[in-house]
Design a protein around this ligand. Structure first.
Ligand code: PLP
Ligand code: MN
Length: 357
């Protein structure tokens, strides 16, 4: 591959710092080594990228989670052998596509989450049993997004078996708790929701004589809690690979930023009170707060300038850092890695000497 310097890139551009990402991978391997009976199933929604999924498998991951059928396809075609669609589908067209991927990549084990009999019927109609698709029941552990009530778990597991499908376990994911800043408060909240509901749901299944082999969930902010709970068999962190401003505010995180948006100053106002960069809503997302400017995170704030522009200012008249000039490149840490990655079709992997990998 051609070696390039970041100065040669046309901005805005999405970059990974290879060494920082490698350190995050090592930190995850180290963290998971404390839980030898729990598997790592990273969520590929963070990167949506086959080669990175394979790196995670090489790190010891059992397989990956995918959020969409497209991500399932990316993982399967890259050669990942164990893929969980950690989400529900709702139309026959979508389920048929999922089943088609399972048929095309028969060496890969595909699983999907369900929370209603409707999806079980669609899976049956699409022929999921013939291609060995596994089914997990998603349980609402208090996130109030997808997931059934724990009281529905037994009936759904029975419906899965009656449809000729394999019931493999439960997903109990609590997304809202990932960013509780205080570590103890975060742990307590996970214990009271995801862990408690997972235990209860598993017990209901066992009482009904139904095996529950997989209990999956947990993200970058909480995976050690789920992994240490004695009930989860696997965890699903995704953002740990890249991190972002929001996750960086969890004071106990062992992970560092490895994902950046490279932007360029395209205009400076005559009083040097603000600079305009070529990274607006099409380059960074604002859903979890603004990006941070590397080297100026404490003093310079990013505000939206619309689709194509970002505005940088300290808030004081004439106070831009002296090195801010038109043409200068700046590195931004995304506010939220997952939706920012989704804005790009290419990511440049840079090593510390500035070359692409
Ligand atoms: N599992 C599920 C079901 C998710 O929706 C997500 C992210 O939203 C994750 C795991 C990964 O979480 P994180 O990116 O916070 O590590
Ligand atoms: Mn996210």
């Amino acid at each position: 591959m051609k070696a390039i310097q970041h100065q040669e890139l046309v901005t805005p551009a999405l970059l990974i710092r290879a060494e920082a990402m490698a350190r995050n991978r090592q930190r995850m391997t180290q963290a998971m080594s404390k839980f030898p009976s729990v598997s790592l199933r990273p969520h590929m929604k963070a990167h949506k990228c086959g080669p990175l999924a394979l790196l995670q498998v090489a790190d010891g991951a059992l397989g990956v989670c995918a959020a969409t059928v497209d991500e399932v396809y990316v993982a399967a075609s890259a050669g990942v052998k164990d893929i969980l669609l950690s989400n529900e589908l709702a139309t026959l067209a979508a389920v048929k596509r999922f089943v088609k991927i399972a048929a095309e990549f028969s060496q890969a084990k595909l699983r999907i989450c369900v929370d209603s009999v409707g999806l079980i019927r669609l899976l049956k109609e699409a022929g999921a049993a013939a291609v060995n698709v596994g089914v997990l029941i998603e349980v609402d552990v208090g996130h109030h997004r997808c997931g059934c009530h724990p009281d529905q778990v037994v009936a759904l597991a029975q419906a899965i078996s009656e449809a000729g499908l394999s019931f493999d376990g439960i997903q109990c994911y609590q997304g809202k708790l990932q960013h509780i800043r205080d570590r103890d408060a975060r742990r307590d909240a996970v214990m009271a929701s995801a862990v408690a509901v997972a235990k209860l749901s598993k017990q209901k299944l066992l009482d009904a004589g139904i095996e529950c082999n997989i209990v999956t969930g947990g993200g970058t902010g909480t995976f050690t809690v789920e992994a240490g709970s004695g009930v989860f068999t696997e965890v699903q962190p995704g953002s740990y690979l890249f991190m972002d401003v929001d996750y960086g505010k969890n004071p106990d995180t062992p992970f560092e930023s490895s994902l950046f948006v490279l932007a360029t100053i395209i205009s400076i106002d005559s009083t040097r009170s603000w600079a305009v960069i070529d990274a607006g809503h099409k380059a960074v997302t604002m859903d979890s707060g603004p990006p941070a400017v590397v080297g100026h995170a404490e003093t310079v704030q990013y505000t939206s300038g619309g689709d194509e522009h970002g505005i940088l200012s300290t808030g004081n008249v004439g106070d831009l850092p002296v090195e801010f000039e038109v043409g200068k490149q700046l590195w931004l840490v995304p506010g939220h890695c997952d939706p920012t990655v989704n804005l790009y079709s290419t990511v440049h992997v840079m090593t510390e000497d500035g070359k692409s990998e």
